[in-house]
Ligand binder design. Sequence first.
Ligand code: AP5
Ligand code: MG
Length: 205
Amino acid sequence: MRLVLLGPPGAGKGTQAALMCRRLRLLHISTGDMLRQELQAETELGLKAHAYIEKGELVPDNIILDMVRAKLKEPECENGYILDGFPRTLVQADALAQFVELDAVIYLEVPFEIIIKRLSGRRRCPKCGVIYHTSHYEKSTCSCGGVLYQREDDKLETVKNRLAVYEAETRPLIAYYSQKGLLRTVDGEGTPEDVDARIAALLEP
Ligand code: AP5
Ligand code: MG
């Protein structure tokens, strides 16, 4: 199965992708995580991307498309995957359609006030990438031993810009995938397990 998780920053794409991958045995491909890994390794790509990420801007389409095309050629992608955070522009969506036939695009719908709360309390493990929230997890270390940190783009000012960029660049994908008959809208409120159950029901044959 080849799926896309679509939704605003903080909608729970990474959280749901982790649950879905376990359940459906799919590979989780997050362009945001890939860029953060490149940055951590201080590669040329990572350093170039950093200038955009820290401001909450989108990394240019050509950089993202090269990275995703290379990833999808890897043998581990043959058994299906969930794309999280990609595509994010109409140019990326058109390019993806040239080389991949998608099964569904799951759009996580979450109100603005909830997004702000979710992002302000998010913590991430730099070692294994697991996502936590301070309201559910009070420790400062991950179960793998990594020291949790707050993403630099989760500062309120940057979050506001990310949401504005989402509205301008990514929201048009809802109509785009709806016209193609691929869009499945899911209520993203409730616990992660509630949302996962809704997605599971929606994907049932
Ligand atoms: P990226 O990493 O993709 O960030 P994003 O889209 O802004 O989304 P987030 O990761 O912030 O949110 P999420 O929906 O994954 O929510 P999460 O599950 O963590 O991209 C970062 C940057 O990279 C971009 O700004 C851009 O610069 C660049 N980039 C990446 N892809 C690109 C592309 N294709 N093109 C161009 N540039 C690109 O959840 C958030 C919090 O809420 C967590 O604390 C979690 O524990 C909590 N939570 C989740 N679900 C629930 C729930 N149901 N109930 C309660 N709490 C919940
Ligand atoms: Mg994410």
